[in-house]
Design a protein around this ligand. Structure first.
Ligand code: SF4
Length: 149
């Protein structure tokens, strides 16, 4: 599917990005996370992000926000390279499209189609102890903390 318009949304965003809303909540375990998508978006307000307690909001929630394109290290001038790596490296964890309110504007969906959605629930935006596979996908920073955003 082609990626085109500037109106696309990033489904692994930060809570302070323009238009940020809560996409889902990270459930499951540290080794086997599973995002549960909210039925409808909730603004990423401070009273929501504070529910993460001592953890980073991006360890507990997935946020969706306006794609900032060239202001993101994953944007290659046309596409989201993070979405490409997710579909190339990570295994599918589901085989039916999840109910996801972000789909109409989701850059990953518009770019990679169902292959992105089948892998999406395992993506945690900030993983403190990433696996080698997750490091490959997210291009780890010098700190060892991995951000899929
Ligand atoms: S990749 Fe699919 S499941 Fe994930 S946020 Fe985008 S539309 Fe939703």
């Amino acid at each position: 599917m082609p990626s085109d318009a500037r109106t696309k949304a990033c489904p692994s965003a930060q809570p302070d990005m323009p238009g940020s809303t809560v996409l889902g909540i990270v459930e499951g375990t540290a080794d086997d996370p599973e995002v549960r998508y909210l039925a409808s978006p909730v603004p990423a307000a401070a009273e929501i992000t504070s529910l993460a307690g001592d953890l980073l909001p991006t360890e507990v929630f997935r946020f969706s926000a306006d794609c900032v394109e060239s202001n993101c290290r994953h944007f290659d001038g046309r596409d989201c390279s993070l979405a490409k790596r997710i579909t190339a490296v990570l295994p599918p964890v589901i085989d039916v499209l999840p109910r996801c309110h972000a789909r109409p504007s989701c850059r990953w969906w518009h770019q990679e189609g169902a292959a992105a959605c089948f892998r999406c629930p395992q993506v945690v935006t900030t993983t403190v102890w990433p696996t080698p596979e997750q490091m490959t996908v997210a291009e780890p920073s010098q700190t060892g903390e991995t951000h899929a955003s």
